[in-house]
Design a protein around this ligand. Structure first.
Ligand code: ADP
Length: 269
């Protein structure tokens, strides 16, 4: 017998128990059912996310196949090829982010070495500036002596994701402020503040879910995979840190990672 309410799912089993007696066993399968629903949603999401670029790619390939070779002007062919390349690269980015997520979920906690986070941030900033292509103003406050005990590649991807998002969701001439500072209580905070489009309050709690996008059309147009913040959340948790998101819709957002005191190291010690 299955009893399924809005909150809980119970499995009731009546088992013979000697001399005409029965034993009623009740199992709470709420968690099991929730996991199963999450898994099904995830498979549906992945299929959908991959199918969209695949359909576009197939469309171009079929057009090219069905056209006589000399009927397509060279510049149009180049444009088609560029679009096909972009769709294939997008699929590659989704698969690569999925693999990163699955490694983060299945492997034990992060390797621990003293990571010069100031250098990691500088490298991420260089890539971010190349992506911005002179369209944004960058302001930085970075404590060069502040290190973190953790896994460098993981931290680099979390830091890079927040910077890339700040650029993607901030229109031209906006300001992106990056800081890496020691707090009074000995903890340390990396934060990226932007003057971009901002996020509505009801979307904030869901941003780190896989494939969740606050503004669907706009977010897809930026070319992101929808997995960046899910990866960031995992990396942050593996370092016993906290991800804090503050935003004003239409005015900008601040994403911060707070590292506990126990994780903080100093360059000269
Ligand atoms: P995506 O690849 O779509 O950027 P993410 O997981 O990195 O995926 O982010 C999830 C969603 O959070 C984005 O689609 C976007 O709606 C929102 N978001 C993330 N960062 C920002 C930001 N700095 N400003 C506004 N919205 C943001």
């Amino acid at each position: 017998i299955n009893q399924r309410g809005p909150e809980r799912a119970l499995l009731l089993q009546l088992t013979p128990y000697g001399f005409g007696q029965f034993l009623l066993v009740t199992r709470d399968v709420t968690q099991v059912e929730k996991l199963e629903t999450t898994r099904k949603d995830f498979v549906a999401n992945v299929s959908h996310e991959l199918r969209t670029p695949l359909t576009v790619l197939l469309g171009f390939l079929e057009t090219l196949r069905d056209m006589p070779a000399d009927s397509l002007p060279m510049e149009q062919r180049v444009r088609y090829e560029q679009m096909m390349l972009e769709q294939a690269q997008h699929m590659q980015a989704i698969v690569s982010d999925l693999l990163t997520l699955s490694t983060l979920e299945s492997s034990p906690t992060a390797e621990n070495t003293a990571v010069p986070l100031n250098c990691v941030i500088e490298q991420a900033l260089q890539r971010a500036k190349a992506l911005s292509d002179g369209q944004h103003v960058f302001v930085t406050y970075i404590d060069d002596n502040l290190w973190v005990e953790g896994a460098e590649t993981e931290l680099a991807s979390a830091i890079g994701n927040l910077l890339t998002n700040a650029i993607r969701y901030t229109p031209k001439d906006g300001t992106i402020t990056t800081s890496w500072v020691l707090n009074e209580d000995g903890s340390a905070t990396y934060s990226v503040q932007d003057t971009g489009i901002g996020i509505a309050p009801q979307d904030i709690p869901r941003l780190t879910e896989r494939f969740y996008r606050a503004d669907k059309g706009r977010s897809r147009a930026t070319g992101g995979t929808g997995l960046g913040l899910a990866i960031t959340r995992h990396v942050v948790a593996r370092h016993q840190a906290e991800l804090d998101i503050k935003s004003r819709y239409g005015a900008g957002s601040t994403f911060s990672i707070h590292f506990p005191k126990e994780r903080v190291r100093f360059a000269n010690t």
